[in-house]
Design a protein around this ligand. Sequence first.
Ligand code: GRF
Length: 215
Amino acid sequence: MIDDAPIKPSFSLISPDIYNYQDSKNQPLKLGIMASGNGSNFEVIAQAIAEGKINAKIQVLIYNNPDAKAAARAEKWGVEAILLNHRDCKNRKKFDSKVAQTLQQYDVEFVIMAGWMRLVTQVLIDAFPNRMINIHPSLLPSFKGVQAVEQAIAAKVKITGCSVHLVSLEVDSGEILIQAAVPVLPDDTSETLHARIQVQEHRILPMAISLLSQR
Ligand code: GRF
């Protein structure tokens, strides 16, 4: 019997140096969220904060595609949305330096990549060392990079899932914080499977942020 519930996390699953980053307990964790597209993960974070499930405040949303639906979601939640179009930058480092500066201007303590479809450089990692997490639609370390759901279907695995992990220079390779398993059904398409993976993403990403916000 396959259980698609997330593996229940405990504090011991999160390295001490990740959550011991601020002395002031009980202060809302100041989040910067980065998104490239639909923004459903942004939405569940905003919802969880509004419901008092996460002690945090979203300082800013950064998005890199002018038509990203995440921007309208931010507006709905009263969160400032800043478009930083990577096409306007000469190279990845220049772009990341703009991103880092913007996050710092908004006094961001912790960065959430919620569907950020850009490779990051050391410039951004150095600005927020151990302070950036990403949600990826596979059970890492399997199926890193783009089209993780398609990769899982092509590999004919019976179980895939999603992972919240720290961001490191090598794509989808930082320390894994929380994962949830999702069965692959015989008639799954990438759309049907991704939809069920997203149900789990919407559980484990707020769960990870909640744990981090408790420091
Ligand atoms: C998610 O499936 C996430 O794992 C991947 O991009 C997707 C973003 O979804 N990195 P959304 O924009 O939050 O709806």
